[in-house]
Design a binder for this molecule. Structure first.
Ligand code: HXC
Length: 257
């Protein structure tokens, strides 16, 4: 499949997607989103792929939704077309997605990174929700995910002032899982994705689903959900294999069954 706004490759069991609109700092227009949804859907359906990495360029992961595309939109069109409704497909991907962020992750770019399962940031990364400077507010989950991930104080600070936060601050407040030297970003993200892809795929997918429950339900419900899926894992050959390999002091060979 030929894409215009992204570059798609596979590295063994890892699906790699690079956002590629360098002339607009990877601003997220509807064509790019269309490409991204198709590529993510294809990796999700491909049994050979165990994890996905989304990255941008050295200068920008993505500088936000495409302002030039949004500029002339009016309320009725936005409402009737359900503008940006298609972004809901990204968090529904069932395989883990790592965002490898260098440079700007602003507005929709920060929101896309937050739709991924975790963020590995280069030292150069800058996160922010500058929508307020454009006369709007975040619309792809920024107000909700940011508040849940980094708390009210920082979320309000970023959304109300539009300021950017660097990689170290983003790591301190829990937005970012790891900060790495810029030249190592892609390699570190792919290494993490390869590690994930080496485990039992159903277990990986159920783990993602279960951690995500923590953001959608009460603690008691979340714990019940965890317990049910945990019990179900004893029906997997991979559980037998993983534990037999441990006691036999050998490396497990998971069959994704
Ligand atoms: C469209 C964009 C863009 C964007 C940059 N460009 N960001 N085009 N939408 N979000 C374009 C510029 O117009 C310019 O094109 C080229 O990319 C290079 O950008 P410069 O501004 O010249 O680069 P620089 O001076 O290095 O500044 C980098 C920057 C700045 C600080 C990131 O570009 C910037 O502030 N961008 C906008 C960030 C933003 O407000 N994002 C939130 C968008 S709203 P030309 O043709 O002039 O060379 C949003 C809402 C999401 O995301 C929720 C609902 C949709």
């Amino acid at each position: 499949m030929a894409y215009e706004n992204i570059i798609v490759e596979t590295r063994g069991a890892v699906g790699l997607i690079r956002l590629n609109r360098p002339q607009a700092l990877n601003a997220l227009n509807s064509a790019l989103l269309g490409d991204l949804n198709i590529a993510l859907g294809a990796f999700d359906a491909d049994g050979r792929i165990g994890a996905i990495v989304i990255t941008g360029s050295e200068k920008a992961f993505a500088a936000g939704a495409d302002i030039k595309e949004m500029q002339s939109l009016d309320f009725v069109d936005a409402y009737m077309e359900d503008f940006i409704g298609d972004w809901e497909k990204v968090p529904r991907i069932r395989k883990p997605i790592i965002a490898a962020v260098a440079g700007y992750a602003l507005g929709g770019g920060c929101e896309l990174a937050m739709m991924c399962d975790f963020i590995i940031a280069a030292k150069t990364a800058k996160f922010g929700q500058p929508e307020i400077t454009l006369g709007v507010m975040p619309g792809m989950g920024g107000t909700q995910r940011l508040a849940r991930f980094i708390g009210k104080a920082k979320a309000m600070d970023l959304c109300l002032t539009g300021r950017m936060m660097d990689a170290d601050e983003a790591e301190r407040c829990g937005l970012v899982a790891r900060v790495v030297p810029s030249q190592d970003l892609l390699e570190e993200a792919i290494k993490a994705a390869e590690k994930i892809a080496s485990f039992s795929q159903p277990v990986v997918m159920m783990t993602k689903e279960t951690v995500n429950r923590a953001y959608e339900t009460t603690l008691a419900e979340g714990l019940r959900f965890e317990r049910r899926l945990f019990h179900s894992m004893f029906a997997l050959e991979d559980q037998k294999e993983g534990m037999a390999a441990f006691t036999g002091k050998r490396t497990p060979s998971f069959k994704n069954r």
